[in-house]
Ligand binder design. Sequence first.
Ligand SMILES: *Cc1c(COP(=O)(O)O)cnc(C)c1O
Length: 229
Amino acid sequence: MSVKDNLKNIQENIIAACSKANRNAEEIKIIAVTKYVSIDRAIEAVEAGVTHLGENRDDGLLSKWEELKDKPTWHFIGSLQTRKVKNVIDKVDYIHSLDRLSLAKEINKRATRTINCLVQVNVSGEESKHGMEPEAVCDFVKQLEGCPNIHVAGLMTMAPFTEDESMIRDCFRRLKNLQLEVKNLKLDFASCNELSMGMSNDYRLAIEEGATMVRIGTALVGQESQEVK
Ligand SMILES: *Cc1c(COP(=O)(O)O)cnc(C)c1O
């Protein structure tokens, strides 16, 4: 399937999920996750009208950035090693994987402008998942006052690995509640308007539960090859 056809399909599903939840579909940003596909496929996505691209590794981001430069808005969605911050900092608009103070300090130090960061939260508690414990998020956000180059744009999570819809919904709902707690801190460096949750298999549920950013790889651009990272 072409990216264009996939995109049309996804947009229709988003409109349906929004009307179910009484939301405006214009609130939702579709991030095309291009980590499994070639540069050509990423270009195809941008030509099809995708305006946000996401990558989870520094080398994948850099190779695609070389081609597309600032045409799309760039999202770094994978766990980010502190020593790799300098490779991506001037290329990315959003970092979805802020999960520790040492990383915040490095982002703050290397940034030459404000970087929109989303705090990654391990809501499900699965050991394999990155992100901080929900209980720690508000204190962590307060500590970011000392990092003037960071704006806390929102929160991000990954749903538990399960077919159980109610467990997935519960995870998304808990992130939404946590977002309200952070907003209630009323910190000018933490508007926290974005909720990055939902991937190919669960973006409809995520939107029903309040997602503003969905990170879609397989259902949008496919998976071309295992070798392409
Ligand atoms: C790979 C990835 C996605 C996209 O996954 P799909 O199931 O292919 O849509 C979304 N978010 C993160 C953090 C990822 O690593």
